[in-house]
Each structure stands twice: as structure tokens, then as C-alpha cells.
Design a protein. Structure first.
Length: 248
């Protein structure tokens, strides 16, 4: 069994962007852009796609990647990872989201380094540069402890909230303050994955619809590092168009 494995949880249906993983971008499904990027950036790591539908399995296996069929009723991607890792048996799991087509080798290595430390879970963040992105509820925010490397809270709301400005901030304010966008990249110790799968969804998780809050609500620690590598999370059709423009 691998000591560390990279697992990509894949769900066919998506509320904001139906069947987005199969959405063609320059003639290729989004999921294959992600798969090929991972293969280039982390060729030394075994990669598995934890899928919930035969269409997704076919998409990756016909291109030479490994798929593990998982239940379709999982409440979160982390639950899907836990099921997949029962077959893989890795000690550490790195999770790249299936809609993050610009993941980099440095980001993957940073996660591997963080999860080898004392934290139960690790993730990455990047600085916001515009007030519009900071206000966007589809772009998740993370507040870090002083000095970084530890996540305190995640939210869809713009946090920290600029009370003196009644929340009406501009790009310069966002760039000058600790305004961090959470990226959909994680690493877990296998023991936490199993515990997570048995924990009920937390109240904050249900309110924000952010599964990482279940970890914090149950007293586990999340290490966090910053990355400056460009990223485009494809959550909406407009994001898909943005990625296509980035490809040129």
C-alpha cells in the first residue's frame, strides 16, 4: 500500500454548474484537464479518482487513470475520500479537487510537508487581491492564526470584517490586510479521514456548507500554508470560460 496517495473526489452532479466535470473545454472534459495536470505536476505520486458515476469512471479510465467507484450519497468530498482510502490504504492522503485544473507541484509538495507534521489535516490559501473576489460567497475565506500555518475559521462571508468601514472595502484595503482565499486542496492523516466519516455534520458546517468546519468543530487542527501559484477553481460556467481564456 502507498504511504501517501493523491485522491481526487468526483461527483457527477453539481448545483451551480450541472455535470461540470464533463463540461468540454477546448474539446476536453474539465476532469481530464485536472487529471493530466496532476500527472505532469506530481508524477511520483499514485493518483486515484474517487467517482460516484460510471460516466466519470469511463472519462478517466479511458485516458489511463485509475478510478474507484464510491457511493453517490456522500455528504461531502471528505466522506468520499474516506471510502476510497479503505481500498487504497494510504497513511496520508492528498486531496486535489476535481475542479482545480491549475494545481502545481509546489502546492502538492507543500501539503505533503504540512501533513507530515503534527496537524491532523492541512490545506492552502492565497491572498485576495480584489474587493469583488473578497465579497464573493463562492470564494471561501480563511482566517489564520498570527504567524500563519494554522487555520482558525473558514467562511463564505468576507472575513475579517472591516467594521470601521461598514464592510465597504476597496482593492487596496484587501491587499493590505490578512484577507485569504481558501483553496480546495487538502491533506489528511488516514486516522482523521476515518474519524471524519463517523462524525455528524457540524452546525457551522451546515450553515456555511463548508465541510472543513466539521474538523474544527470537533477539535482537530488544520495546518495552512500560503501559495502564490495561480489557480482557477471552476465553480460556475463563468469560471469555465475564465479557464478557457487562460489556456489561450
Amino acid at each position: 500500500m502507498p504511504k501517501i496517495a493523491l485522491i481526487v473526489p468526483c461527483r457527477l452532479e453539481s448545483t451551480r454548474f450541472p455535470r461540470k466535470l464533463l463540461h468540454p473545454i477546448k474539446g476536453k472534459p474539465l476532469l481530464l484537464w485536472v487529471a493530466e495536470r496532476i500527472a505532469r505536476e506530481a508524477p511520483e505520486m499514485p493518483v486515484y479518482f474517487a467517482v460516484d458515476h460510471e460516466l466519470l469512471a469511463e472519462c478517466v479510465t479511458t485516458a489511463g487513470f485509475k478510478a474507484i467507484m464510491t457511493r453517490s450519497d456522500h455528504a461531502s468530498g471528505t466522506d468520499r475520500l474516506a471510502e476510497a482510502n479503505r481500498s487504497i490504504g494510504a497513511d496520508y492522503v492528498i486531496n486535489v479537487q476535481s475542479d482545480e485544473p491549475l494545481v502545481s507541484a509546489r502546492q502538492i509538495r507543500a501539503l505533503a510537508e504540512l501533513i507530515s507534521g503534527p496537524a491532523d489535516m492541512a490545506t492552502l490559501a492565497t491572498r485576495f487581491t480584489t474587493a469583488a473576489d473578497f465579497a464573493n460567497p463562492n470564494q471561501v475565506k480563511v482566517v489564520l492564526a498570527p504567524g500563519g500555518r494554522k487555520a482558525l475559521y473558514f467562511s463564505r462571508s468576507p472575513i475579517p470584517y472591516a467594521r470601521d468601514l461598514a464592510g465597504k472595502v476597496d482593492d487596496a484595503w484587501v491587499r493590505a490586510n490578512p484577507c485569504f482565499r481558501h483553496l480546495g486542496l487538502y491533506a489528511y492523516k488516514a486516522a482523521l479521514l476515518e474519524k471524519f466519516a463517523g462524525l455528524p455534520a457540524g452546525r457551522l458546517e451546515q450553515i456555511e456548507k463548508l465541510e472543513q468546519l466539521r474538523v474544527l468543530e470537533n477539535g482537530f487542527s488544520i495546518a495552512c500554508d500560503l501559495t502564490e501559484d495561480p489557480t482557477i477553481g471552476v465553480d460556475t460556467p463563468e469560471d469555465g470560460e475564465k479557464f478557457e481564456r487562460w489556456l489561450g
